[in-house]
Design a protein around this ligand. Sequence first.
Ligand SMILES: CC(C)(COP(=O)(O)OP(=O)(O)OC[C@H]1O[C@@H](n2cnc3c(N)ncnc32)[C@H](O)[C@@H]1OP(=O)(O)O)[C@@H](O)C(=O)NCCC(=O)NCCS
Length: 160
Amino acid sequence: MIMETCRDKAKIRVRIAKSSDLDDIYELDMQTFAMPWSKEALSYDILENDNAFVIVAEYEGEFAGYADIWTVLDEADLNSIAVRVDFRRKGIGDAIMLAMTEILSANGVATINLEVRVSNMPAIKLYKKYGFNECGVRPGYYLDNGEDALIMKRETGGYA
Ligand SMILES: CC(C)(COP(=O)(O)OP(=O)(O)OC[C@H]1O[C@@H](n2cnc3c(N)ncnc32)[C@H](O)[C@@H]1OP(=O)(O)O)[C@@H](O)C(=O)NCCC(=O)NCCS
């Protein structure tokens, strides 16, 4: 599937990931997360997994962020979203979330689920902005420090 979304005003371009994005995504994942995914897992989602969407954002042509999403029937899981530290607070997270909801909606997805660390205020605020609601807690979900996960869900029509 090829789908591209251009947001000229903000110099941000959002598109589906390709094989040449793998190193950038892997490096960002390693820098961002305490429990990063393996290169093999990321590669599988970019190249082979028919139930995955990997979205890349560029800022003025430079790799700036990504999101990895899995779908099962009419539900999706947002596995990860990350923006490079030097590109944060420029609207790239916004652009990725907008592209994700557009792509998933076009593919018949009605519900998006995610887990987020209870301490991760920037991400929780981003998710709430795009219509995700808190719907539970998984105690001790994150193995690196035993932190709880907040479970959030977005039903179609949740973004006003
Ligand atoms: C969460 C993250 C993706 C946001 O990306 P970003 O490009 O900086 O976000 P944007 O500039 O598009 O901001 C969009 C919204 O996110 C929220 N937000 C982003 N950064 C924030 C911060 N530091 N404090 C509070 N809210 C924040 C706000 O709601 C913001 O909307 P607003 O500007 O209207 O207030 C980025 O901080 C990141 O990569 N964090 C590390 C990875 C991570 O924690 N991912 C989530 C778990 S998988």
